[in-house]
Design a protein around this ligand. Structure first.
Ligand code: GLU
Length: 286
């Protein structure tokens, strides 16, 4: 079999997405600084090795919930938006402090689906990313939850990170999740479920393997990850799902080791991002 993993070492532009449940302690709702610190160190190192890096981080709503003394995810949209407004500021403040310890510059980019649907704004966003890469900055992206409405939101950062990867023409998207990768069945329920190391084509069988999320703070499940894989691989990038529980997984991936599930790129010559954004869920193209 061709060694797909060796090729990962040559990737030049990488988008890394981390979910809320990976940077927030589930028991208390406080930030997991050790995890964040480790992530920041690895990302800076990847950048130092000569690659462009984008971090897509969730956590605004979760951090805001904690700051406002809420123990459950609010139901009302305005309350969620208030949480995001409070939380995003705190989240970025922590990231900037941690990155500055390694002398790594960062920028905050907040996007909405609405922005991405508009060609001019999409192009503006792309140009800004390009400029930031030239300036050696690591952009930290989240959805602008405070102004996104339910009808027109990404809603989950798996999809958002896939859209970013497509816009900046990244060659790799890594989803840091609370699961090791895609299994043949739900590993929580079936002991014989096996991790799938590589997926060459996302067929109906693979799509049906997606299971819902059990996380208290996260929003995506396997379904949104497979939707993200559809966008990213069609756009021409590889995607890897790995467990954020051990962030060394990210370094191992960059060293070409077989970690997590790799979805192989199969670029569509007529790739049009809008096709994927116009509908929800995003993978209904097939
Ligand atoms: N944008 C949301 C937040 O920062 C998270 C979306 C997600 O969990 O994927 O809280």
């Amino acid at each position: 079999m061709e060694n797909f993993r060796e090729r990962i070492k040559d990737k030049k532009r990488i988008v890394v997405k981390i979910g809320s449940s990976s940077i927030i302690h589930e028991e208390t709702g406080h930030l997991n600084f050790e995890r964040m610190e480790h992530l920041v160190r690895i990302l800076t190192d990847i950048h130092n090795s000569g690659k462009d890096v984008v971090l897509v981080s969730s956590g605004a709503v979760g951090v805001g919930m904690k700051a406002l003394g809420l123990t459950r995810k609010p139901r009302s949209l305005t309350m969620k938006q208030a949480c995001a407004a409070v939380g995003q500021g705190r989240l970025i403040a922590v990231y900037q402090k941690l990155f500055s310890e390694y002398n790594q510059g960062t920028a905050q980019i907040l996007l909405t689906k609405n922005t991405m649907l508009d060609e001019i704004r999409r192009l503006n966003a792309k140009n800004t990313f390009e400029n930031l890469f030239d300036l050696n900055i690591i952009p930290i992206v989240n959805e602008n939850d405070t102004v996104s409405t339910e009808e027109l939101e990404f809603g989950d950062n798996d999809t958002l990170s896939a859209v970013i990867a497509a816009i900046v023409r990244a060659d790799l998207l890594v989803l840091l999740s609370d699961i090791d990768g895609l299994y043949t069945d739900d590993p929580a329920k079936h002991a014989d479920a096996e991790l799938i190391p590589v997926i060459e084509v996302i067929d109906d069988k693979i799509e049906s393997m997606g299971k819902g999320s059990n996380s208290a703070v996260g929003t995506g499940g396997m379904v949104t990850k497979i939707a993200a894989a559809n966008i990213v691989t069609d756009a021409g990038a590889d995607m890897i799902i790995t467990n954020a529980g051990d962030l060394n997984n990210l370094s191992r991936i960059m060293h070409g080791e077989e970690v997590g599930t790799l979805f192989l790129a199969h670029k569509r010559t007529n790739f049009r991002l809008l096709e994927y954004l116009e509908e929800k869920p995003y993978f209904t193209r097939r």
